[in-house]
Design a protein around this ligand. Structure first.
Ligand code: FPP
Length: 290
């Protein structure tokens, strides 16, 4: 890996899977597979904002003849690994899709379990979040969540508000269409008769989204193979690179995340333009904003 990233390769053995070497930065001990992937990565062009649709918990559990909730519990370990790795690689923002507005259609026992799991997670992982200087945000209609969840969410935001590292967004009771509607209603409420006839701009709408102030995701990862965006960050992923892996979320480990970054760095981002050097004339007909 280029520049500042130093790695400490630890061979996998049956007896000793993860050795912890006294390693300063940034990922600590790595497996040979992770080391190979790190070798291919350029630290300076990592995505600024990574968004993840964590799918496949139910299938992972079913494959093991376990109840679906066992898959969700196993999924928290992948969330932990992803959060810690992104924070250590100094990615600006990570957004995890934890509960959609559509997820209320699931059985009540599963919904209750997911809410409980999130509450446990926030409590248990607070030291890790603080140690990595992570600032928490929640995207979605938080005010519709059970009161106890709302309280924990508020506390997590307050406790981490002064942190200066990665912003971790948990999308909770989140819907992309609902977000755009909420943004429009916030704009209308703010105007309250003032300037009501002036058109809403893209920039103004973006500022009023739940993600206001954050860069748009450069990379959207979806686990478990479905080719859908599932009402996730509809506005913000307009130019994102999409990476779909067959890996089920509970199996999505650090190597799989690094693999997604390597793949992302192979893509040439064009934002509607053409490849460098392919122009017939050297001046674009129109530059955005002109
Ligand atoms: C989708 O899998 C997953 C969810 C709806 C819940 C995601 C929650 C977690 C990973 C655990 C908690 C996360 C945090 C951030 C604490 P699915 O149930 O739709 O799987 P399936 O498609 O195989 O049925």
């Amino acid at each position: 890996m280029a520049d500042s990233v130093r790695k400490h390769v630890v061979p996998h053995t049956k007896a000793h899977k993860t050795l912890h070497l006294a390693s300063p930065e940034p990922l600590g001990s790595v497996t040979p597979e992770e080391a190979q992937l790190l070798e291919k990565l350029h630290i300076k062009t990592l995505p600024r904002h990574v968004a993840v649709i964590m799918d496949g918990n139910g299938r992972w559990a079913q494959n093991r003849h376990l109840p679906r909730i066992a898959g969700h519990r196993a999924g928290t370990q992948s969330a932990r690994t992803t959060i810690e790795t992104c924070a250590r690689l100094k990615i600006d923002a990570l957004t995890l899709y934890a509960f959609s507005v559509e997820n209320w259609r699931r059985p009540k026992t599963e919904i209750d379990f997911l809410m409980q799991l999130l509450r446990e997670y926030l409590k248990k992982e607070m030291p890790l979040l603080q140690k990595n200087e992570i600032r928490m945000r929640f995207l979605g209609r938080v005010e519709e969540l059970p009161a106890a969840v709302q309280k924990d969410v508020r506390e997590a935001m307050e406790k981490t508000a002064a942190n200066k590292g990665m912003v971790l967004c948990i999308a909770l009771n989140y819907g992309g269409r609902a977000e755009i509607v909420d943004a429009m209603n916030r704009i209308l409420a703010e105007r309250n008769g003032n300037g009501a006839s002036s058109p809403v701009t893209e920039e103004q709408l973006a500022r009023h989204l739940y993600t206001g102030g954050l860069p748009d995701p450069d990379l959207l990862i979806r686990t478990s193979g479905e080719m859908r965006v599932s009402n996730f960050l509809l506005w913000q992923i307009a130019y994102a690179e999409i990476y779909v892996t067959e890996t089920l979320w509970p199996d999505f480990n650090r190597a799989r995340l690094l693999e997604a970054f390597v793949e992302y760095q192979k893509r040439e981002r064009r934002y509607g333009g053409i490849r460098e050097g392919e122009a017939d004339t050297d001046k674009p007909a129109r530059v955005a904003g002109e």
